[in-house]
Design a protein around this ligand. Structure first.
Ligand code: ARG
Length: 442
């Protein structure tokens, strides 16, 4: 029974939150005249002693005492005597654990936001440096149109910005105190739930005691926000794996974030990127696992809910690690601008610019321009050259309205510079977005 029932091995991570919750509760009980002020004082001081023992590593956790709540209370009794027994007046472990776990998860939401903002700053620095470095933009991982390095970096700044806002939304929604909901029905003691809510940094007490002890949607919102964030990290990590390969050589990752091979001396492996790519698996796994735990539970508390913590702990640990590693890797990496440009200029990447020129300068309908451009690409392919290498005679043999001016739009620099629509890849647009984000991030 002890082996299946006890949670102390993992919920000891809630010690700080448990003690903060208990100290707030004791102060409120005294303020409301429910316990004597000197008992509350002894409890509050004793709890600080317990905390210092836990932080100092001298606290002996007992599996027989099941969880962090009972472990702390039992030790408090040893320290302050019978007064400790008054702490659990007008509360239950059900509102206690919901409060502790909310406080812990709230801290992780804040940590995720801090980690994401650091990553965004690293990306901004890359974007600013490379606002006009030309690289291929892809669809289907096939060369599509030239874009700028800065534009690609800023795409992730946007994604991580939405991740930040998801954590912020979730934090605002979850920031209500369950404390005082007691086991499920509330209590007959004249407690002051606003007082404990305020002491613990909650915006207000929860409005329904059954809901407060029975739901873990705040943990699920953390996990789903973390899953989406990890998915973004994973996509970027995948790009870094591809980009750092010998076939692409778009970026060089620093030695700090790569490893050698034990057998192949030439190898430099993007291990950090690969591990970040993999983290989404366990984080999304945690999200699914907790959804399945919760989905069939009748109200209010069931012991199934004890299974919430390990999922959130593991997901949070790995998300923070992935964010820190990605931030380091992005700060350290260097773009190989010559390779980026050469890749951007190959694969007929300015074919769209050519078609647009035919529409603009020769008055062709876009569909016809698309067709003419296709013929020119076929011709270049046959000649084994790229679009800018075709002669004007080659061009006019396909369509007589083509003039010399067409060569202006066939360079990758002109291609990106022309994409000045709001949110487009033109360096001026990228710089505008960099300044906007710099202001947002302070
Ligand atoms: N260890 C428990 C958990 O994590 C604490 C709440 C126990 N409540 C109870 N009525 N058994 O959920």
């Amino acid at each position: 029974m002890e082996a299946i029932n006890a949670s102390i091995d993992f919920d000891k991570r809630l010690a700080t939150q448990d003690i903060a919750g208990s100290r707030a509760h004791a102060a409120m009980l005294a303020a409301q005249g429910i316990i004597e002020p000197n008992d509350a004082q002894a409890i509050r001081e004793g709890l600080l002693t317990v905390l210092s023992e836990i932080e100092g590593g001298t606290f002996e956790f007992s599996t027989a005492l099941e969880d962090i709540h009972m472990n702390v209370e039992a030790r408090l009794k040893e320290i302050v005597g019978p007064a400790a027994g008054r702490l659990h007046t007008a509360r239950s472990r059900n509102d206690q654990v919901a409060t502790d776990f909310k406080l812990w998860t709230r801290d992780q939401m804040d940590a995720a936001i801090t980690g994401l903002e650091a990553l965004q700053k690293a990306l901004l620095a890359q974007a600013e440096a490379g606002a006009d470095w030309v690289m291929p933009g892809f669809t289907h991982l096939q060369t599509a149109q030239p874009v700028t390095w800065g534009h690609h970096m800023m795409a992730y700044v946007e994604m991580f910005g939405r991740d930040v806002s998801r954590f912020r939304d979730a934090r605002a929604r979850m920031n209500e105190s369950p404390l005082g909901s007691a086991a499920l029905a509330g209590t007959g003691f004249p407690i002051d739930r606003d007082m404990t809510a305020q002491a613990l940094g909650f915006d207000r007490p929860t409005a329904n005691s059954l809901d407060a002890v029975a739901d873990r949607d705040f943990a699920l919102e953390f996990l789903s926000s973390a899953s989406i964030c990890a998915m973004h990290l994973s996509r970027f990590a995948e790009e870094l794996v591809i980009w750092s390969s010998a076939q692409f050589r778009f970026v060089t990752l620093s030695d700090r974030f790569s490893t050698g091979s034990s057998i192949m001396p030439q190898k430099k492996n993007p291990d950090a990127a690969e591990l970040i790519r993999a983290k989404v698996g366990r984080i999304f796994g945690a999200n699914v696992a907790l959804m399945m735990v919760m989905k069939g539970l009748p109200l209010a508390y069931s012991k199934d809910m004890q299974e919430d913590k390990e999922q959130v702990f593991d997901a949070a640990d790995n998300l923070m690690l992935a964010l820190a590693a990605m931030t380091g890797m992005v700060s350290d990496m260097s773009a190989n601008t010559d390779n980026l440009r050469a890749a951007a200029a190959s694969g007929f990447s300015t074919a769209t610019d050519l078609a647009d020129w035919l529409v603009r300068e020769a008055g062709l309908p876009f569909r016809d321009a698309h067709h003419v451009t296709g013929a020119l690409v076929a011709l270049a392919e046959k000649k084994g050259c790229d679009l800018p290498d075709l002669s004007l005679t080659d061009m006019t043999s396909v369509h007589e309205a083509i003039t010399d001016g067409i060569f202006d739009v066939l360079t990758v620099e002109n291609s990106v510079a022309s994409r000045t629509s709001y949110g487009g890849t033109a360096p001026a647009q990228v710089r505008a977005q960099v300044s906007r984000w710099k202001e947002v991030l302070g």
